[in-house]
Design a protein around this ligand. Sequence first.
Ligand code: ZN
Ligand code: ZN
Length: 130
Amino acid sequence: MPRKRLTKQRTAIEEVFESHHRPLSPGEVHELARGQVEGLGIATVYRALNDMVEENILRAVDLPGIAPRYEKAGLKHHHHFHCNTCDKVFDLDGCLLKPDIRLPDGFTVLSHDITLSGVCPRCSKEQPSS
Ligand SMILES: [Zn+2]
Ligand SMILES: [Zn+2]
């Protein structure tokens, strides 16, 4: 069922994902799309994100210990970096899994997740290291 009312909001949210190439939380999407759509509410953002996941436009990124983020569906296999200071999540290029990883006999890996956490360049600049 088409939801005409959401079109403008949806477009704004899609543009946010086009111009920010990292996984975004609903709060970040709200913050970034709010400038484009007057009166955009966080509930609308949540609903649009859920719809977009169902439509396979976005994918929910579940990272251990933090609120889910969303990224465009169908991206090439990659891993994530979570900044403990600003709570932003970044994409890392390529795969970090060592190809020579040893598994016990009989185990076959079908998928894996690797999340690194630490401090992003922006935050490390703001924290003078001693
Ligand atoms: Zn940071
Ligand atoms: Zn990998």
